[in-house]
Write a protein that binds this ligand. Structure first.
Ligand code: NAD
Ligand code: UD1
Length: 336
């Protein structure tokens, strides 16, 4: 099968390309490299010993995207490309709407034109807004609390409308919880630009000495140790979820949504302890004020993905920290 992967040079995209090459898929990546490096794809090919095709193309460049579809034929598309920082999206909302929504509409129009109607879309647990209870199921009410989240929710709605208008489409919405970890080879991993927003990349940079200390955002939450609880899913497990979703699309399920998470949560303090075990030394940290907008507890009910895709997360928090540490230690400044 030939798969077009948008945003394939990014964190989750590169790990998914690696697993797909290993399972024998032919891959073409389009990415404008606004938040990634081509080096990730070079390493994916080196690790697997298999080639992929790369086009440096922006989804906003409709003509360039048309050329990619005109030059090859694809069985399905995995759509990772998008801007993803909630805080940044509050400061530059139009850029987020333009990039994520217009980019997706361009992609869908070109796909329709070329008769490619099979799509896996990178959604997020952010589409549940502030869920009232845990674990979070796919049928929970949807809502978003920042422009980034609204782009994900709007795209889900656009895809639902598209499917209503033409039910020959098959679309899997994958709602990721907290993607973390790195490939066990230590050669590809997450390479955030600037100061990381998310907990684990921050912890990893403190562990390697690139940042002085971690700020723990609040320890007065109603949780056993007072710090927030999240559902951290290893990126290799997550990548494999995309392969199972592609297989599902071949059975023509229509429009389907799945949580990709682990069914359990870890507190910030538990994450720090696991990372200290992996790197073998203390992670300097200090408790500071809560971060506005943080929910105390969030984790997935991922049983639907298990039932319908045969997917479940296999890797533990210790695997996550060991793999992230290997990547961070071997590549303290990421790909640069
Ligand atoms: P990433 O930034 O590493 O990867 C996204 C890739 O898309 C980058 O390589 C970037 O260069 C590319 N891109 C962005 N806009 C583009 C455009 N207009 N044209 C072409 N390429 C473009 O992010 P990631 O963590 O790998 O996330 C992948 C997807 O998963 C995103 O859609 C993100 O919103 C979603 N997601 C991520 C997380 C997370 O915590 N990492 C959680 C839930 C959902
Ligand atoms: C992030 C995203 C959210 C997305 C989710 C899943 C932000 C602001 N939110 O939130 O939109 O849906 O991932 O991908 O990026 N923490 C610290 N110190 C830090 C960083 C984080 O204590 O330096 C704490 C946070 O308060 C939180 C936990 O660690 O309790 C995890 O934070 P983070 O990695 O940002 O994930 P989410 O809060 O789930």
């Amino acid at each position: 099968m030939k798969i077009l992967v948008t945003g394939g040079a990014g964190f989750i995209g590169s790990h998914t390309c690696l697993e797909m090459l290993q399972e024998g898929y032919e891959i073409t990546v389009v990415d404008n490299l606004c938040n990634s490096k081509e080096e990730a794809l070079i390493r994916v090919q080196a690790i697997t010993g298999k080639p992929l095709t790369f086009h440096k193309v922006d989804l906003l460049d409709r003509q360039a995207l048309e050329q990619v579809f005109a030059s090859d034929s694809f069985d399905a598309v995995i759509h990772f490309a998008g801007l993803k920082a909630p805080g940044e999206s509050v400061s530059i909302p139009l850029r987020y709407y333009q990039n994520n929504i217009t980019g997706t509409i361009n992609l869908l129009e070109v796909m329709a034109h070329y008769g490619v109607k099979s799509l896996v879309f990178s959604s997020s647990c952010t589409v549940y807004g502030e869920a009232k209870t845990v674990p979070i199921r796919e049928d929970f009410p949807l809502g978003a609390i920042n422009p980034y989240g609204r782009t994900k929710l709007m795209i889900e709605q656009i895809l639902a409308d598209l499917y209503t208008s033409d039910n020959s489409w098959d679309i899997a919405l994958l709602r990721y919880f907290n993607p973390v970890g790195a490939h066990p080879s230590g050669r590809i991993g997450e390479d955030p630009q600037g100061i990381p927003n998310n907990l684990l990349p921050y912890v990893a940079q403190v562990a390697v000495g690139r940042l002085p200390e971690l700020h723990v955002f609040g320890n007065d939450y109603p949780t056993p140790d007072g710090t927030c609880i999240r559902d951290y899913v290893h990126v290799v497990d997550l990548a494999l979820g995309h392969l199972r979703a592609l297989e599902k699309l071949q059975t023509h399920p229509g429009l389907v949504a799945y949580n990709l998470g682990t069914n359990r949560g870890h507190s910030v303090m538990e994450v720090i302890a696991a990372f200290e075990k992996a790197c073998g030394h203390a992670i300097p940290h200090r408790v500071v004020e809560r971060r506005p907008g943080d929910a105390a507890v969030s984790y997935a009910d991922a049983s639907k993905a298990n039932r319908e895709l045969g997917w479940r997360s296999e890797k533990s928090m210790d695997d996550i920290c060991a793999d992230m540490w290997r990547w961070q230690k071997n590549n303290p400044y990421g790909y640069s």
